[in-house]
Design a protein around this ligand. Structure first.
Ligand code: AMP
Length: 222
């Protein structure tokens, strides 16, 4: 279990949760815990949880709380989380938020800050449907907004294999946005009620959002 801080990134698909979580890892030595990444790894490994989750993820719907919580608890038992975590894509339902509160309370901890990345839905469809990553190091790119400097080679590691997520199509993103508004957006009020909510306007540049998050982390971990 982590000792501190515990940050949550909330926001619809395309808001920049994964990108910013990776930057917070670099800037503050925190560990990114992405339930989407953990689920994709389970699907790739063909585990029982992965087999159950696959079709649900491809349809843009939410995987059951039981599966997600089991996968997350397993990951949180690893020693590297002791330096503090950024939860990216978790919690996504009221049940997950309640389970997290209990898990942290049992360890004498609580959520340090829940950051809501505030964006426009329509822009998210273009953002998500053009994105891809380096298959070697995971660096993110976009057909329209961020191509590698040298075509076909990753700027960071030189890798030449790139991949796109199966659920990053315009149609599936609409489903994911619906799931976000129906099941996840209500958590903003949950964390406001705990006085840990931070709202960040996230339609600007990656660097500007990074700076705002750095301010928040500096303030809450002081
Ligand atoms: P993400 O990588 O966070 O965009 O997640 C990709 C997909 O994985 C989502 O559309 C869901 O199907 C599933 N998923 C990831 N995290 C969760 C979660 N906390 N609860 C339920 N489903 C999740």
């Amino acid at each position: 279990m982590p000792v501190a801080p515990v940050l949550i990134l909330l926001g619809p698909p395309g808001a920049g949760k994964g990108t910013q979580a990776r930057m917070l890892e670099e800037d503050f030595g925190l560990v990114q815990l992405s339930t989407g990444d953990l689920l994709r790894a389970a699907v790739a490994a063909g585990t029982e949880a992965g087999r159950k989750a696959k079709a649900v993820m491809e349809a843009g719907q939410l995987v059951s709380d039981d599966i997600v919580l089991a996968i997350l608890k397993d990951r949180m038992a690893a020693p590297d989380v002791a330096s503090g975590i950024i939860l990216d894509g978790f919690p996504r339902t009221a049940g997950q938020a309640a389970a997290l509160d209990t898990l942290l309370a049992d360890a004498g901890q609580r959520v340090t800050a829940a950051v809501s990345l505030e964006v426009d839905d329509e822009a998210m469809i273009a953002r998500v449907s053009g994105r891809y990553t380096c298959g070697t190091c995971g660096e993110g790119y976009h057909d329209q907004f961020k191509q590698p400097a040298k075509a076909g080679a990753c700027d960071k590691c030189g890798g030449t294999a790139f991949k796109r997520r199966a659920d990053d199509t315009a149609e599936t993103v609409r489903e994911r946005l619906n799931a976000y508004h129906a099941q996840t957006a209500p958590l903003i009020a949950h964390y406001d009620g705990q006085s840990v909510l931070e709202r960040v306007p996230a339609m600007g540049s990656i660097a500007s959002v990074r700076a705002m998050l750095a301010d928040i982390v500096g303030r809450v971990s002081a």
